[in-house]
Structures are given as C-alpha cells and as structure tokens.
Design a protein around this ligand. Structure first.
Ligand code: NDP
Ligand code: PYC
Length: 336
C-alpha cells in the first residue's frame, strides 16, 4: 500500500533520524531536505532508500556528522573546502553564498570540496544556482564500482555529472547523470525488487556480461555508459573532483575497517558561471530558442521534466511511500 506524506513531515522525520544517527542539527536538516527532495521528485536511488547507508557510515565512525567544514578563500575565482571527513552537502552549504558572490563578481568561480562524502543526487546541488540565474556544473567521484573501457577490474566510481542552466521562465534545464550505465543505487533497488538490468550494464565477478543485479553487487562491476566515451567522462570526474580538490580517487576509498559504511570518502567540484557576462547578454532567451527547436525536432521529454512533474504531484498530494517504508522511518525517528 502506498501512503502520501506531506513533504515537510518527511523532512522532519528524516532530520530526527539523522540527529539520532549522530549528526548535529544543521547537518541533519541539510541531509533531510536533500533526501526528502529526492524521494519527492522520484529519484528513488537517492531517496529514503539511502537512510541505512548514511546510518551505517555514521555508526561505524567512517564519516563524522558533527564537524564544521573549513572554507578557504584561495583566489578571486577559487574556494577550497576541507569537509573534515563530514558530508559534502554541509560543505557546499557553508561555501554557497561566497561562491555565488565570486561568480557574480568575476563571471566564474570554482568550489573544490575534499575530505567529504557525497551520497546523494546532484540536481539538488545545481538546480538552486540556476534559480539564482547562474549556470552550474558539478563533478563528483565516488568509490570503485566501474570497470574502465577495455579494462579488467573496477577503478572508477559511478562518478556523476550535474548541469543546470536558468530559463527565461519556468524551471531550469537540469541534467544529472552517472558516468556508469546505471547508478549503483538503481542496481541495489533492482536486486531488492528482483528485476534484471538491461544488457550491457554490468559484469559478474569473472568479468562476464550479466543482467543479474546481485551478480554485479557481489563481486561484479558496472560498465561506463556509451563505452569509451562514458569511460572518459568518468576519468574527467576523477581528475576534476579528486585530483583538483585534493581528495581520494574512487579506487583509493577503502571501507574495509568500517563494517556497515557505505558513503564514498571522496571529492566534488562545482563551477558556477554568470551567463550574463556571455557574448550577447541574452543567455536565457537563447535557451528558449534551443528548447523550442528541441520540441519542434520531436524531443518532448527534456531532462528534468520527469522530476518536475513528480515534484508538482508530491507537493499537491504528499510524497508517496510504501507503508513499510514509513513504518521503518518512524521507528528510526523515535517518539515525536
Ligand atoms: P538517469 O539515467 O535516470 O537520468 C539521467 C538524466 O537523464 C536525468 O537528468 C534524467 O532526467 C534524464 N533523462 C532520463 N531519461 C530521459 C529521457 N528519456 N529523455 C531525456 N532525458 C532523460 O540517472 P542515472 O542513473 O545516471 O543517475 C541517477 C542518480 O544517481 C543521479 O541523480 C546521480 O546524481 C546519482 N548518482 C550519485 C552519485 C554520487 O556519487 N553521489 C553517483 C552516481 C549517481 P529526470 O531527472 O527528469 O529523469
Ligand atoms: O548510486 O552510484 C550511486 C552512488 C554512489 C554514491 C552515491 N550514489
């Protein structure tokens, strides 16, 4: 049975869970907002399904839910943050206003976050910049689960890329995609729900192609999207996130001393651009030209459309959850 929970109630429930799990209040609120937004928008691979992973990482001491990130203003267009082995989202929140101010002053600014754990979808990070009239590009590396093209062992993370651009009117244009053929979270959901993956997404522990999500998770690996092209995008994420920010490469993330840990101790880079400094100063209007040509060419469904539609429905009717999920969340949150 599906139940519908008002968005703010879901945020409150999740914030209580994260506080119980060992996060300070501000961190719990940030994680709760993010996870509730993912569930609301139908990004299930990074919605409430992820609670156990966050709590496992906190309980095992792999991540610190209480630390304050250190923000360093290193150059007119460059901010560096040491996440101090905390979550990436509070690190971004701590630097966000300064990043926007720099982008508006200089036309472009970069935020490099290291020593941090990003366990979420990227669109909630980039979409708000576009709502402020800015273009944002985010690059994240994670933990080894993807075999490079032509390779024989996993090395890259599922390394997502997020992009957001403002429109003249309406919701920003946003895409947010793993550089693997599928996000690891969706493989876990497929395993739990007992359905196969499409061919070409993963290999088993012997390197043989498989559509069985359990074989991918139990010693197997994912493949990059689009063969060597996706593999190069994954490589770029390692360089632009880990190498640039000074964090772990995905293959350097080692949970072995922390049973139950699930979050990647890696790095993130966000580049924010003020598009009004571009050639003609009519960036948002030009996006409308592009969008109407895309529609005229037959692409009705743009990236982000599914999430915006889910968001509208969930804000009107409540966020859909199964009865079991809600009972599980209430148990973890404790008495209200
Ligand atoms: P999907 O393949 O589901 O979607 C990727 C993008 O393509 C989305 O912007 C989606 O829009 C868009 N899209 C999907 N179908 C179509 C279509 N038919 N036409 C046009 N656009 C379409 O996502 P992934 O599996 O690659 O990633 C899932 C999530 O996992 C992402 O949010 C990602 O950030 C997250 N992730 C996080 C990681 C981390 O380290 N933190 C690692 C890997 C993944 P829409 O949103 O509207 O469906
Ligand atoms: O779904 O691949 C994934 C993922 C990795 C880290 C966070 N999400």
């Amino acid at each position: 049975m599906t139940v519908r929970l008002p968005f703010d109630d879901l945020v409150a429930l999740l914030a209580a869970i994260f506080r119980n799990g060992g996060c300070r209040a501000a961190v719990a609120d940030i994680l709760a907002q993010n996870m509730a937004a993912a569930e609301r928008d139908g990004a299930r691979s990074h919605g409430v399904f992820r609670v156990a992973g966050y709590l496992g990482s906190l309980a095992s001491g792999w991540v610190d839910g209480k630390v304050e990130p250190i923000v360093e203003d290193v150059a007119p267009g460059f901010i560096r943050v040491d996440g101090r082995n905390g979550f990436a989202l509070p690190a971004l929140a701590a630097a966000r206003n300064q990043l926007i101010a720099k982008a508006r002053t200089n036309g472009i600014a970069l935020l490099a976050i290291r020593n941090s754990h990003h366990f979420s979808a990227l669109w909630p990070d980039v979409e708000p910049f576009a709502r402020d009239g800015l273009v944002a590009i985010e690059m994240v590396n994670s933990m080894a689960s993807v075999v490079p093209h032509g390779g024989n062992r996993k090395l890259y993370g599922t390394n997502p890329l997020g992009f957001a651009a403002p429109r003249l009117a309406g919701d920003p244009l946003v895409f947010d995609q793993a550089s693997s053929a599928i996000a690891n979270g969706d493989v876990q959901i497929a395993a739990r729900e007992g359905h196969d993956l499409p061919p070409g997404y993963g290999v088993d522990r012997d390197g043989a192609p498989t559509t069985d999500p359990k074989a991918v998770l139990n010693g197997g690996a994912l493949l990059p999207f689009g063969g060597y092209k996706g593999s190069s995008i994954a490589m770029m994420m390692e360089i632009m996130a880990a190498a640039l920010a000074g964090g772990n490469f995905s293959f350097e993330v080692d949970f072995s001393q922390h049973p139950g840990a699930a979050t990647p101790h890696s790095a993130q880079t966000i580049i924010v651009i003020d598009p009004n400094m571009g050639a003609k100063g009519d960036f948002a209007a030009r996006i409308e030209v592009l969008v109407s040509e895309l529609h005229a060419a037959g692409q009705d469904r743009l990236p982000g459309d599914r999430r915006y539609a889910n968001r509208r429905e969930a804000m009107a009717l409540g966020v859909p959850l199964s009865e079991d999920e809600l009972a599980y969340l209430k148990k973890l949150a404790g008495p209200s």
